[in-house]
Design a protein around this ligand. Sequence first.
Ligand code: AMP
Ligand code: MN
Ligand code: MN
Ligand code: MN
Length: 285
Amino acid sequence: MYKTILNADLHCHSVVSDGTLTPEVLAERAKANGVELWALTDHDEIAGQQRAADAAKAQGLHYLTGTEISVTFAGETVHIVGLGFDASNTALQQGLRNTRGGREQRAMEMAESLAKAGIHGAFEGALKFVGNPELISRTHFARFLVESGVCRETPEVFRKYLTEGKPGYVPHRWASLQNAVNWITQAQGVAVIAHPGRYRFTANEEYALFTEFKAHGGQGVEVVTGSHTPQEYLKYAETAKEFGLAASRGSDFHSPDESHTDLGALPFLPGQLTPVWELLTDRIQ
Ligand code: AMP
Ligand code: MN
Ligand code: MN
Ligand code: MN
C-alpha cells in the first residue's frame, strides 16, 4: 500500500471551500477514478473533514485529513497543504479561523473595485456560489463573472480580473509561513508546499521559500500536481531531493466543469522520491 506507485490524490476542494462537489460526491468520484489514497484539502478550512473521512470509509478508500493554508511569503500568496493532522487540534482550528477571518471584508472590497470597472452586484452574485459563508473566494467571483457573461471561462476571468493590477484585485495578508507550518506539525500533520511551479518567484526567492519552510519543520513538496507541466514534475523532483523533502501528488480538482485534471488522473510520482504518505502511515484512516 505505501509504495511510490500508488494512485494517491492528496489535493482537491469541495463546496466547503471553492469546489463545486460535496465531500460525498468527491469520494465517489475518487473511487470511480481508481484513487487508492485520498485527502480533501479545502482552503483554510477543515469543516468538511469528518464528512470526507466517513465518505472515504463508505467507498473503501484510504483517507488522510487535509487542508490548504493561504500564506503570504515575499509579497506573494503561497499555499501550504497540511496532511494527516489531528483535526480536533484547537491551535490548528483557531489558526485556520483567523486565516479565514478577512475574507468577507476583502470580498466587499473586490466587489467595489469591480463596480468601478462597471461590473455591479458582484458581492451578491459571488455569494450565490458560496457553500461556506466563511469562505468566499476569488473562485466564487470568477463563477459569477462567467455566469453573467462578462467572461467565457474562469481562466479568462483570472487573466482579465481578480489578479494583481486588474479590476477586482485586492491585496490581502494571509498567515505567515512559520505559523501555517507550525499549526500543521503541532497537530501531528505533515506540511507540504503546494504547486511550487505556480508562484512567480525569482530563483533566489524560491530558494528562500524552500529553505525557510524546511527550517520551520516543513517536510513535503507537491511534485506531481494538476498545476505542473511534465518539465515541472522533473524540476520539483530534483528540488525535493535537494532539500530532503518527501513528494506529494494531487490533482487540485475543483469542479468537473472547470478543472482540466480529474481526481486521480495524474502520472505516478517519479522514482527515487520518498512519497509523503510514507511519513504518514500511522495517520491513514
Ligand atoms: P483566493 O483564496 O480567494 O485568493 O482564491 C484562490 C483560488 O482562485 C485558487 O485556489 C484557485 O481555485 C483560483 N485561481 C487562482 N488563480 C487562478 C487561475 N489563474 N485560473 C483559475 N483559477 C484560479
Ligand atoms: Mn481553489
Ligand atoms: Mn492552491
Ligand atoms: Mn488547491
